[in-house]
Design a protein around this ligand. Structure first.
Ligand code: ATR
Length: 434
């Protein structure tokens, strides 16, 4: 039903703060005609409409007419305005929005659709991923069909007005995050929805601006933008600053605050597996995007030492240099002995490369070493299999994924979210959806 939900509702076009839209990055206003600008039977723009459009143009906004009505209707209405106009637009199809983006060289984040009908204007805008403002229809006298549609629209609006949370990244289509967050909303009766947004790198800034403008309450960031998002945020926590990456953003009072919950999620997984961290010797393979958060969290929990092994030595060294008891070594020097916890943070072994491991052998590993792989697909990686053959306990990263998401919800909703029954339910659902 979210496809029918507009970004904002107002009574009429005169209630729209067009200067704010402009300041928030909107460049093109797309206007429906009938019942949005004038009542359906009025053939030409009123003085008020002319003035409103002039004001919008004066502050630098492009104004476009987009109607499902005939060429004759649109041309007559547009004769005094001379705007770019599309008739027979076939809303809610999104192709008219593609035409607008191409013509004006703008992104979807720079367009705002204004119309009175959910099933054409708003659905079309949502199909195209552009902002939409629903105005109350102007005609009091509407046919029976339209009146019936209005009743349904009102029900949809009341029922489906939810707080919005999102995941941004590229790609995002296969993310399990919606399963996780929707389960939380259901469990606690929170009226919210969680959407996936595939974002191009060049659209990062305008996406954040669009989220602020449209009342999105928070969002997660996944690969490859956990570092790149930082310049677009109003502030980040000391913790996120130190590890240089953000996976959770809360929007409050129009300001964005960046957090990182990856490391705490990993620690929660270790606690739930009864794996102690304090005074333990840890070896970590990989120094990519997830390593800094894990190192920070493990050291904060009192780990005795961490040795980071990485193919590119310098990346391990860059992380280690921020701590007294963290050391860097090249991957070719890896040995599995003398450690209490061994963690793979590389992407080696991830589906479809199921038969690969970041290291050739775990010879010398003690049976008491607890082994973790941050990969969760496949559920048992080659690396985990090698550890199990040596008699070690080995865990994948699915629980970390769940815990880091629950911590994000705790930040957004300022309340305790983590609950064993909930976690078990989510894990079951995620495994089913694999
Ligand atoms: P991510 O988004 O997963 O963090 P990344 O930043 O590219 O991706 O990090 C991937 C990690 O896997 C790195 O530690 C990388 O080693 P390099 O820093 O040398 O690139 C490691 N990695 C990837 N492929 C590897 C391979 N075939 N052998 C060993 N390490 C590998």
């Amino acid at each position: 039903m979210s496809r029918f939900t507009p970004t904002e509702y107002v009574n009429s076009i005169y209630d729209i703060d067009i200067t704010k839209l402009k300041n928030d990055g909107i460049k093109v206003l797309v206007l429906d005609i009938d019942n949005t600008l004038v009542p359906a039977k009025v053939r030409v723009p009123t003085e008020f409409v002319l003035k409103w459009i002039e004001e919008a143009k004066a502050i630098g906004l492009e104004v476009i007419l987009l109607s499902n009505n005939s060429k004759g209707r649109v041309d007559e209405f547009n004769s005094t305005l001379g705007l770019y106009a599309i008739h027979r637009a076939y809303k809610p199809l999104k192709r008219c929005f593609n035409r607008i983006m191409e013509k004006y060289g703008v992104t979807r984040c720079e367009i705002c659709m204004i119309g009175d009908q959910i099933f054409t204007d708003i659905w079309g805008a949502n199909n195209a991923g552009v902002m939409s403002i629903l105005v109350m229809p102007m005609s009091a006298e509407e046919g029976l069909g339209i009146r019936f549609k209005r009743i349904i629209e009102n029900i949809v609006i009341k029922k489906h007005r939810k707080d919005t949370y999102c995941l941004i990244g590229n790609p995002v289509a296969h993310s399990k995050s919606p399963v996780l967050h929707e389960a939380v909303y259901k469990y606690y009766g929170i009226n919210a929805r969680y959407l996936l947004c595939r974002v191009r790198r060049e659209d990062l800034g305008c996406t954040v601006a669009q989220f602020k403008r449209t009342g999105v309450k928070g969002f997660n960031i996944t690969v490859p933008y956990k570092q790149d998002i930082i310049p677009f945020l109003d502030s980040v926590t000391e913790h996120a600053k130190k590890i240089g990456s953000v996976n959770t953003v809360k929007i409050e009072g129009g300001k964005t605050v960046g957090y990182n919950t990856d490391g705490d999620g990993f620690v929660k997984q270790l606690l739930s597996d009864n794996t102690e961290i304090a005074d333990k010797r840890i070896k970590m393979i990989g120094a990519g995007g997830s390593a800094p958060a894990l190192v920070y969290a493990l050291i904060s929990q009192g780990a005795k030492s961490i040795i980071i092994y990485n193919r590119t030595f310098q990346k391990a060294e860059d992380i280690a240099s921020g701590y007294e008891n963290v050391y860097a070594k090249p991957l070719c020097d890896f040995t599995a002995d003398e450690c209490d916890i061994l963690i793979n943070t590389t992407s080696v072994g991830l589906s479809p490369d199921r038969d690969k491991s970041p290291v050739e052998s775990l010879d010398g590993i003690s049976e008491s070493t607890v082994v973790y792989d941050i990969i969760y697909s496949p559920p048992v990686t080659k690396f985990m299999e090698m550890a199990q053959k040596k008699g070690c306990k080995a865990y994948n990263g699915l629980k970390t994924l769940v815990y880091q998401g629950l911590i994000a919800d705790e930040i957004w909703f300022s309340r305790d979210i983590t609950d064993d029954t909930l976690v078990e339910g989510i894990l079951r659902e995620m495994k089913d959806k694999r």
